[in-house]
Design a protein around this ligand. Structure first.
Ligand code: TXA
Ligand code: MG
Length: 346
C-alpha cells in the first residue's frame, strides 16, 4: 500500500526529538543525509546495531559507518587522528566524505564488522545534523548503512526507504525522517587513513569528493585499494543493482543495441544524458556529474519499475569528475555484454 511521509524540516523539533528518543531506546530510524538515506541505530548499542544487519540482510562481517555531529569529540571513536584526517575534516566536514580510522576500544566491534578500524562521517544534511545534535546530547554516534536491502540500489527519497522496508511500525523501522531528495545522490567518498605508515591514504570508494580534491588538501594522491585494504561491501561486484539486468553502452553501440533488441522483440528502458538520445522515451539525466549523480538512483528505481527486459544506460564520460558515478554503474552493470547476448539469442 502506498504510504507517504510528511516532509520534516530541521524546524520540526518534535519529529526530530521523537526520532532521537526511539534511537536511544535501541530502535531503527531511517534519516536523510546529503548522499543517500541511512538506516540508523545507536552505535554504542550492539543489539541495535545487530538489528541493522538483520533488517538489511547484510553479512555481519561488513562494517558500518558511524555518523557524528559537527564538532563531536572524535576521541570517543578513534584512538588516533592523523594530520591528514584533521586536514580533510577541516576541508570537507560536514560533507560526503568518510574516513577510516583506528577504532577506539569502547566502540562495539559489531559496528566495524569485527575490524579494528572505524568508518566516521559527519553528514551535511540539516535534518541529519539536527538529529545528531538531539541524539545523546550530540555526543552519540549513529551507525548507518544506506537504507536499502543488501545489494539493492541506495535510497535517495523517504519513499524509496519505505519501498525497501515497509512503513514505520509495519517492518523493522520505528521511524523515517523525510528530508526530501538527497542532494548528492551517490554514497560518500571513503578514504582509508588507518594504515598511513605502510600504505599511505587509500581511496576505498570514489564519490563526488574526488581523489584530486583529496590530494589537494593532504598533498598526496590517495592510492587505489589493494588486496589487504579493509573490506568495503559496496566494492563487491553486482552491488547497487536494480532487479532488471542493466547494460552500459554508448554512441553507435548503444543505437545498435536498441535496434537489435527491438528486432528481437525485447523491451528496454533507457537512461541517457547526451543530446543524441534525449528524444527517446526513458530517463534523460543532466550532462554534468553533480546533476547526474543526484538523479541516478531514482532513475534506476523508476526504470526498474517498468519491468523491461533490460535497462540500457548510456555510458557517461570517463573523466575524473565522473569516477564515483562510473564506479556505481560498472557494478550495477557488471555483465553488460552477457546480458545483451542472452536477450538477443532468444
Ligand atoms: O554516503 C554514505 O556513506 C551512506 C550514508 C547513509 O552515510 N552510507 C553508506 O553506508 O553508504 P554503507 O554501509 O551502505 O556503505 C559503507 C561502506 C561499506 O562499503 C563498508 O564496507 C565501508 O563503508 N566501511 C565502513 N566501515 C569501514 C571500515 N572500518 N573499514 C573499511 N570499510 C568500511
Ligand atoms: Mg550501501
Amino acid at each position: 500500500m502506498p504510504h507517504s511521509t510528511k516532509p520534516v524540516s530541521t524546524a520540526d523539533a518534535a519529529a526530530i526529538a521523537r526520532a532521537a528518543r526511539l534511537l536511544e531506546e535501541g530502535r531503527l530510524v531511517a534519516f536523510p543525509t546529503e548522499t543517500v538515506y541511512g538506516l540508523g541505530a545507536d552505535a554504542s548499542n550492539p543489539e541495535a546495531v545487530a538489528g541493522i544487519f538483520t533488517a538489511k540482510g547484510r553479512p555481519s562481517n561488513h562494517p558500518v559507518i558511524v555518523h557524528v555531529a559537527r564538532d563531536a569529540d572524535l576521541s570517543l571513536w578513534t584512538t588516533h587522528l592523523p594530520r591528514e584526517a584533521s586536514q580533510l575534516i577541516d576541508a570537507f566536514w560536514p560533507g560526503p566524505l568518510t574516513l577510516i580510522l583506528p577504532r577506539a576500544p569502547q566502540v562495539p566491534a559489531a559496528v566495524a564488522g569485527g575490524q579494528d578500524t572505524l568508518g566516521l562521517r559527519c553528514p551535511a544534511h540539516p535534518v541529519a545534523q539536527a538529529l545528531l545534535r538531539e541524539f545523546r546530547d550530540g555526543q552519540g554516534g549513529l551507525a548507518a548503512p544506506s537504507a536499502n536491502r543488501f545489494g539493492h540500489v541506495s535510497p535517495t527519497t523517504a519513499q524509496h526507504v519505505i519501498d525497501e522496508f515497509g512503513a514505520p511500525g509495519v517492518g523493522p523501522l520505528a521511524d523515517v525522517l523525510d528530508g526530501g531528495h538527497c542532494q548528492v545522490g551517490i554514497e560518500s567518498t571513503i578514504v582509508d587513513l588507518s594504515r598511513l605508515a605502510t600504505h599511505g591514504p587509500v581511496l576505498l570508494r570514489p564519490g563526488q569528493i574526488s581523489a584530486a580534491q583529496i590530494a589537494e588538501v593532504i598533498g598526496r594522491m590517495p592510492a587505489l585499494p589493494d588486496v589487504a585494504a579493509p573490506r568495503v561491501s559496496g566494492s563487491l561486484d553486482a552491488h547497487y543493482a536494480p532487479t532488471t539486468p542493466l547494460a552500459l553502452a554508448e554512441g553507435r553501440a548503444l543505437e545498435t543495441a536498441m535496434e537489435q533488441l527491438q528486432t528481437a522483440g525485447r523491451t528496454f528502458a533507457l537512461i541517457s544524458y547526451s543530446e543524441n538520445f534525449a528524444a527517446i522515451h526513458g530517463m534523460h539525466l543532466p550532462a554534468d556529474p553533480d546533476g547526474y549523480a543526484h538523479g541516478l538512483y531514482a532513475s534506476l528505481r523508476e526504470m526498474d519499475a517498468r519491468h523491461a527486459d533490460v535497462i540500457l544506460v548510456e555510458r557517461p564520460p570517463q573523466d575524473a569528475a565522473w569516477q564515483g558515478i562510473n564506479d556505481r554503474l560498472r557494478r550495477a552493470a557488471f555483465d553488460s555484454a552477457g546480458v545483451l547476448e542472452k536477450l538477443l539469442q532468444g
